[in-house]
Design a protein around this ligand. Structure first.
Ligand code: GLA
Length: 377
């Protein structure tokens, strides 16, 4: 990928620039908890967006996407926003850095990636973090701290891409560390690295290849439900809510909002339970919690779809230790905790069963927990 990018950069812009990369992410457990000030448990993966970037001495950005095979250029003022959705991520990063008093000047860039799009692996966060990290290095002497880089990515989603997301994806993409998951408290922003290298198990993603679109989507509605319930409870967020309090106000809120909040309350506890179980090496409990999360996401939070429920049922039938929808939902992947000796049978059987039912094979990815945003040599 690096060589390809270098070649295209040279053809389009001449003398090469610096090369940066950032990663997609998985999340072991803690879904839709980030924007409720709860806990999440993600890690960066070995699938990246990579960009070669060089200041061009102009007042504009010229950028080429190898994968989409599109070129665009834009200025750095608010009214210069490009139309192409992929370019809006980059424009958003430039603007959000500027809004915070940081420096961004014109640059040329060529980028490519292997984070599958729309699979729930946060290709957009990888793109945002790659550029945020690079522009911090190139124009700001790395003065912007890593949390701020993650927030710059998140604000880009809010202000330029129409997704009211939490901080998890950008955090994981910036802070990811090889071989480690990271438990993040989204209220205090305290985080802890957890070495994750189970001897007898593997994490396997099964991508339904059903595409999800978070912009203008039910994602923002889920967030609004949570905020309404928090308000009805007189709390800043659902972080401090418990089932007793929720049951007390049951008559004042809609049944839908009730079930959304119930899921979040249960899910934030599951993250803590999973961390404890991991500390004991108790993978069956980790797996059980993953299945519980899937049920909650499917029945109470209603962000699943037929294909993902099918993948989950099949995983259970085959005897997989843990399985659930990963990421925002509405398509994309399931994440599966699979015993080593079941791995090959699982991949074979789930692929065949899915293809038989839906007419296309799912994609299978073995997860490798890797580093987040970085400059390459
Ligand atoms: C998307 C969002 C994240 C998070 C997850 C669900 O990936 O970008 O902030 O809310 O959905 O856990």
């Amino acid at each position: 990928m690096k060589e390809k990018i270098g070649k295209v950069f040279k053809e389009r812009f001449g003398e090469g620039g610096a090369i940066y990369a950032s990663a997609g992410r998985i999340n072991l457990i803690g879904e839709h908890t980030d924007y409720n000030d709860g806990f999440v448990f993600p890690g960066a993966i070995d699938k990246v967006i990579m960009a070669e970037i060089k200041p061009n001495g102009m007042e504009k950005v010229r950028v080429f996407s190898i994968d989409i095979d599109e070129y665009t250029e834009f200025g750095l003022k608010e009214e210069d926003a490009p139309h192409a959705s992929w370019a809006r991520y980059i424009f958003g990063i430039c603007r959000e850095i500027q809004k915070r008093g940081g420096e961004v000047k014109g640059f040329d860039a060529v980028f490519a990636g292997n984070v599958p799009l729309g699979a729930g692996l946060s290709s957009s966060a990888a793109l945002e973090s790659c550029f945020a990290f690079a522009l911090n290095d190139l124009f700001n002497g790395n003065r912007i701290d890593k949390f701020e880089l993650a927030k710059i990515g998140q604000s880009t989603e809010h202000n330029y891409c129409g997704v009211n997301c939490g901080i998890m994806d950008q955090f994981a993409s910036v802070f990811g560390r090889k071989g480690n998951l990271i438990r993040l408290d989204c209220r205090s922003m305290e985080y802890e690295y957890f070495p994750f290298d189970p001897k007898d198990y593997r994490l396997v993603l099964v991508d339904s290849r059903v595409k999800h679109e978070l912009a203008d989507s039910p994602y923002n509605k889920r967030r609004a439900s949570c905020e309404r319930v928090a308000k009805a409870l007189g709390l800043p967020s659902l972080r401090d809510a418990d089932m007793e309090a929720l049951d007390r106000i049951k008559g004042d809120i809609t049944a839908e909002d009730y079930f959304r909040a119930k899921f979040v309350i249960e899910e934030k506890q599951r993250v803590l339970d999973v961390c404890e179980a991991l500390n004991r090496g108790d993978y069956p409990t980790v797996g059980k919690k993953m299945y519980e999360t899937h049920r909650g996401l499917s029945k109470d939070y209603e962000v699943s779809c037929e294909e993902l429920d099918f993948l989950n049922d099949e995983a259970a039938r085959i005897g997989v230790t843990g399985s659930r929808i990963m990421g925002g939902g509405f398509g994309g992947c399931t994440i599966n905790l699979v015993k080593n000796d079941l791995h090959d049978r699982f991949v074979k059987e789930i692929t065949e069963a899915f293809e038989k039912k839906y007419g296309h094979e799912p994609k299978i990815y073995d997860v490798v927990i890797s580093d987040g945003a970085r400059k390459l040599d």
